[in-house]
Design a protein around this ligand. Structure first.
Ligand code: SAH
Ligand code: DHB
Ligand code: MG
Length: 222
């Protein structure tokens, strides 16, 4: 099995199940033109986030790590007209591109990009007594995953879903000796989740255009 094959299958899945998407193509083009790193979720993964949000009947979605707003657009598509998506981003250039993309996609009224370190924005949301979020997508600096999980728990309710991206990392998650801060962050995340009685969770390994990785699904118990 090779990266070439995984990419070919993702192309097949995208072609047959997702099809042409001028809005997302434009968002990706704007991110590329601004020189943003090409680390957004793939189209099949974006559709998966949309389906999860739809299945939850999500009305409020929180994202940690916006980049150019690609995954945010996928999730916003699941929201009702009076829904809300808050997405947190530390880089002003990324935030600016994301605001433009969300506006162009028709989500200016329901999507908000909050600029600053996510740890600060999360604390602010809690201090403001924000209504609980139905879905949280964590996809920022991996070393901070344990912290983001703790905040996500505070900002959700029983029945909410927390999804954490990039939790397998080419299999490095199984390497207890790794000194890579991202790997350590992902392992500490698993330990924190395992020690938390209020959730049940699993990690799903994935291959595709983005290589060998995975995501963690954390259900806040009802
Ligand atoms: N969710 C996006 C990809 C996010 S990439 C998508 O799939 O389309 C990770 C993003 O997290 C980058 O834009 C990076 O600038 C941002 N980030 C990194 N550290 C952060 C921090 N401490 N607080 C907020 N955002 C951060
Ligand atoms: C990286 C970050 C991501 O969120 C991702 O999905 C892929 C790669 C990275 O920092 O390299
Ligand atoms: Mg990611």
């Amino acid at each position: 099995m090779s990266q070439q094959q995984w990419t070919a299958v993702d192309d097949y899945i995208t072609g047959i199940l997702i099809g042409a998407d001028p809005v997302l193509d434009a968002a990706q083009a704007a991110a590329d033109a601004a020189g943003l790193p090409q680390i957004a979720v793939s189209a099949p993964q974006g559709r998966q986030l949309q389906i999860l949000a739809e299945t939850l009947g999500a009305r409020r979605i929180l994202e940690v790590g916006t980049l150019g707003g690609y995954s945010a657009i996928w999730m916003a598509r699941a929201l009702p007209a009076d829904g809300r998506l808050v997405t947190l981003e530390i880089d002003p250039r990324h935030a600016e591109v994301a605001r433009g993309n969300l506006h162009h996609a028709g989500f200016a009224a329901i999507a908000e990009v909050r600029l600053g370190p996510a740890a600060d924005s999360l604390r602010q949301l809690a201090d403001d007594g924000a209504e609980p979020f139905d879905l949280v997508f964590v996809d920022a600096d991996k070393a901070s995953n344990p912290l983001y999980f703790a905040w996500a728990l505070r900002l959700t309710r029983p029945g909410s879903l927390i999804v954490v991206d990039n939790t397998v990392r080419d299999g490095a998650v199984a390497d207890a000796g790794s000194a890579d801060p991202s790997v350590v962050g992902v392992r500490r995340l698993h330990e924190a989740v395992a020690a938390e009685p209020r959730v049940s969770a699993t990690t799903v390994q994935t291959v595709g255009a983005k290589g060998y990785d995975g995501f963690t699904l954390i259900r806040v118990r009802s």
